[in-house]
Design a protein around this ligand. Structure first.
Ligand code: NAP
Length: 524
């Protein structure tokens, strides 16, 4: 068993910062737990300097070495055993079943990035050989590939204490691309974060990696994260959380003398559209599927379906109301999220044009919210932008449209989202019109399904137009996430001895490359 010390971890050393103390919170018992001291400017400086130094060594390592590190981190996470599940459950209230699944996903992600970098093709090597006799000007030899960007600051997410926290997808993809990582731990699960730091530290030692390749700064309060993003050694940021937090970090990064990219995954209401004839045929089954998705993880998913858009249906309304009311209440992650949900429910409850179909109590201070469904008309929804704001928790708003034209109006009115779902087996013409609009608004369009339960694979897209993400071109889930933390470098007229292996004539890595416009593994 590892004892929790409340320290931060900087480049191979456990340190006790002198900042203010904070404690994690047990949502089951409503009690404070482990005490931590906050890192500050001194620790940011130490971690960033160490990361910058480590980058010069780490960036030169081959895919085999980095792949072994990622695999070893996964092994060490598994070796934490039940302690990890127990500590995380006590800090998040997510339950052992969910956390066991999330641990599997986290280790799977690490190993998937390990396999990706061992294979080597993620660098997208491209070679255009010279045409010295081309008229009127000769064509130079040009070769291009992706290289790691430099130290990456990662913000742990409250709602994914494993898969999007200390050793989550942002860390795995940044390390895979050849970058040191400095994690700003989420203050809601610091003991869980400390355990992950032990696993990563052990893997770094066993693989003989430079110490500065990983640091964990624990802390509560905006200043720590802001100082990290401002630090000149940090080259990119990975974030999952609120729109206000993500936007603040984007603005800080943009205001630096040398701005850097921020890959922030923020708010999303994940609309679900149901064609009128489909609703008539499948009211009960769609209501059951939607309820399950709304309640999953107590609604604390960025993909939780916060909007159901269709025509009026008493059968659907009754089934949705009943299934959500009958579903057991889950636990919220922390008092801040509980307070924010409380405000969101009150706002909808007091709204004169919105009806709470299954109104139920939610005392201030309670960590177990009702699974709520509200109803409004499309006309009122379209007239009030606040009704399309995310209410983070097990809440959905049924938007009742007069007809297909109004369903389309709602689709066209939406901001950027991570996902949209379409149920339209009996309404294929409408489905085609919806797809044409939704593919411009979201990162993933789902047919006959529900948005929660995000598959981790190369074809996944988890990111959408703002405010769903800061960069709609990027994904934070799946192996495609690696390119966020790399940049293309082209080498012109460069001798073989100076080229990275991926671009050499004899293709020593044996990878697929685009050579003069054709994909091939052949040597030149
Ligand atoms: P958050 O408030 O955005 O915080 C996430 C991380 O960013 C924390 O480490 C926080 O540090 C830091 N941070 C936030 N604002 C900052 C600022 N202005 N400057 C510097 N650092 C900042 O997210 P959260 O704590 O996970 O949850 C709060 C709310 O976010 C929820 O109620 C929910 O509405 C939303 N949320 C949405 C998603 C989603 O996927 N859509 C996921 C999680 C949460 P400190 O707390 O130490 O300042």
């Amino acid at each position: 068993m590892i004892s929790i010390t409340g320290q931060s971890f900087i480049a191979g050393q456990w340190v006790t910062p002198e900042g203010e103390n904070f404690q994690s919170f047990n949502p089951y018992e409503k009690t404070s737990m482990y005490a931590f001291s906050s890192s500050g400017a001194v620790e940011v400086e130490q971690a960033c300097q160490a990361a910058e130094q480590a980058f010069q060594q780490y960036r030169k390592l081959d895919g085999k070495a980095i792949g072994s590190l990622l695999d070893k981190i996964a092994d060490e996470i598994e070796a934490l055993g039940d302690q990890l599940l127990d500590v995380a459950d006590s800090e998040t209230g997510l339950g052992r079943v969910r956390l066991t699944g999330e641990r599997g996903r986290t280790c799977g992600q690490l190993r998937a990035f390990g396999a990706l970098v061992r294979k080597g093709e993620w660098v997208q090597a491209s070679i255009d050989t010279a045409l010295p006799d081309r008229a009127p000007v000769p064509k130079p030899d040009l070769r291009r590939m992706l290289l790691g960007i430099g130290p990456v600051a990662v913000f742990g997410a409250s709602n994914f204490p494993f898969a999007f926290s200390v050793a989550g997808g942002d860390t795995a993809s940044a390390l895979a691309a050849g970058n040191p990582v400095i994690v700003k731990g989420h203050p809601a699960h610091p003991a869980t974060s400390e355990l992950f730091a032990h696993a990563i530290a052990s893997a770094i030692k066993q693989c003989g990696m430079p110490d500065g390749v990983f640091s964990l700064l624990q802390g509560a309060g905006n200043e720590l994260g802001a100082a990290l993003v401002r630090h000149p050694s940090v080259e990119a940021v990975g974030f999952t959380g609120s729109e206000s937090g993500g936007r603040a970090l984007m603005d800080i990064a943009a205001a630096r003398p040398r701005p850097i990219p921020v890959f922030a995954e923020m708010g999303s209401i994940n609309p679900l559209f149901i064609g009128p004839a489909t609703l008539e045929a499948q009211a009960e089954s769609i209501a059951a599927g939607l309820s399950g998705s709304v309640c999953m993880g107590t609604g604390q998913f960025c993909t939780s379906p916060g909007l159901a858009v269709s025509v009026a249906s008493e059968a659907f309304e009754t089934a949705l109301k009943d299934t959500l009311s009958e579903a057991p209440r889950g636990y919220l992650l922390n008092p801040q999220i509980a307070a924010s949900l409380h405000r969101g429910l009150e706002r909808l409850k007091k709204h004169p044009r919105v009806e709470w179909l299954n109104e139920a109590g939610f005392d201030a201070g309670s960590m177990t919210p009702p699974n709520a469904v509200f109803k409004t008309s499309a006309r009122d929804f379209l007239a009030d932008k606040t009704l399309s704001e995310e209410v983070f928790g097990p809440v959905t708003l049924y938007v009742v449209c007069d007809d297909e034209a109004q369903i389309m109006q709602v689709a066209e009115s939406l901001n950027g989202n991570l996902t949209a779902s379409v149920h339209a087996d009996e309404d294929m013409a409408l489905a085609a019109r919806l797809y044409a609009v939704l593919e411009q608004k979201v990162g993933r369009v789902i047919y006959n399904g529900y948005p929660t339960g995000v598959e981790v694979c190369p074809s996944q897209q988890h990111g959408g137009p703002y405010p769903a993400s800061s960069m709609s071109t990027a994904t934070s889930v799946g192996t495609g996430a690696i390119v966020r933390f790399a940049r293309f470098v082209a080498y012109q007229g460069t001798p073989q001895a100076l080229l990275p292996d991926a671009l050499k004539n004899d293709n020593p890595l044996g990878i697929y490359r685009m050579v003069n416009g054709a994909l091939t593994k052949a040597a030149i």
